[in-house]
Design a protein around this ligand. Structure first.
Ligand code: 8IG
Length: 322
């Protein structure tokens, strides 16, 4: 844990004193750091509270446009509000942008009167960041008022019936990262204790809503590994025996952190490759290639974007059109 924490010298970086404060706080009190980031978010977006957070994983970026479109044509609520984008690096507690200049952002928009935070990209464990950094966005979102957290990802399909491009509702997970966002100091006074019940981690209510929007959506168990390498064929056979339908490198730590804070979690995975050693019907196993994964995600983005836009107006209990 200490070996992958940012060096103390990181606090003297070029990202300003506020960011330094929240980065330092994340090491000792990640909940205070999340509240501090949520306060900055409120200032930058002009909205002190948000209702729903959506984390868009690899391949899901085009879905953001479907959501923005839904905002423009919202029925029954306040008119959609065009998005305001804030670089995560400005909020404190997030890693500085990489040299390649690719800085993840969060977008604030309204859809049918719901104030929605859309994270365009996420922080992965395999980038070498502490678990507290990986879940900082979700904790910030809950601190900003979000009661529902929608997590999306791209994954390798293990279940035979899954084809590339298939969206799958995550019904449960195998956390094989060996990590927990709740290890370390106990949560401070006023927060739930660390021994979180995960029986209902992936909300039945929200999965039912997704089925209303797309009745054919399968449900599956997502196994999370640390990555960044893909699995061996033997590992995929073992994961299938363990009950995994999907395999990926994200989502589970964020889901645990969100559930710990009482948020309802919906998670949707887009199968962008068959897991290692698996062959498409009548075909031979293909090697895994990151570019193919990205291309498959793009091809399926319209369907999953439409799915998100259809589910969104209903996710708050008692809210939205019926
Ligand atoms: I996209 O096959 C995607 N992410 N671990 N294995 C793991 N992560 C993935 C895979 C995969 N495909």
């Amino acid at each position: 844990m200490t070996s992958d924490a940012p060096a103390a010298g990181a606090a003297s970086g070029p990202h300003g004193a506020a960011a330094d404060d929240t980065r330092a706080a994340a090491a000792g009190d990640p909940y205070a750091a999340a509240a501090a980031s949520a306060a900055v978010l409120g200032e930058r977006t002009g909205l002190p509270q948000h209702d729903v957070a959506i984390v868009l994983g690899s391949g899901w970026a085009p879905a953001a446009d479907a959501l923005a479109g839904a905002g423009g044509t919202a029925e029954g609520g306040a008119p959609g509000r065009a998005g305001i984008e804030v670089p995560l690096a400005d909020l404190g507690g997030f890693p500085p942008p990489t040299v390649a200049g690719h800085s993840p952002v969060v977008r604030s928009l309204t859809v049918g009167g719901l104030r929605v935070l859309v994270f365009l990209g996420r922080i992965h464990l395999y980038e070498g960041h502490p678990v507290a950094t990986v879940v900082h966005g979700v904790r910030m979102a809950v601190a900003a008022g979000c009661r529902v957290v929608v997590l999306t990802n791209a994954s390798g399909g293990i279940k035979e019936s899954y084809q590339v491009g298939q969206p799958v509702l995550i019904s449960d997970h195998l956390n094989l990262t060996g990590r927990s966002p709740l290890s370390g100091n106990p949560p401070p006074e006023g927060y739930p204790g660390r021994f979180t019940d995960l029986t209902d981690l992936y909300s039945r209510r929200l999965r039912d809503l997704a089925h209303d929007a797309d009745p054919g959506l399968p449900e599956g168990v997502y196994a999370a590994l640390p990555g960044p390498h893909y699995e061996t064929p033997a590992e995929i056979r073992a994961l299938r025996t363990l009950g995994a339908d999907l395999v990926g490198m994200s989502t589970v730590l964020e889901a645990i952190a969100a559930r710990h804070l009482g948020a309802e979690v919906l998670a949707i995975s887009l199968v962008t490759n068959l897991a290692a050693g698996l062959a498409p019907p009548g075909g031979t196993p293909a090697g895994l290639d990151h570019a193919e994964v990205v291309a498959a995600g793009k091809a399926a983005a319209a369907r999953v974007g439409g799915l998100l836009a259809a589910v969104l107006p209903h996710v708050l209990p008692g809210a939205g059109p019926t």
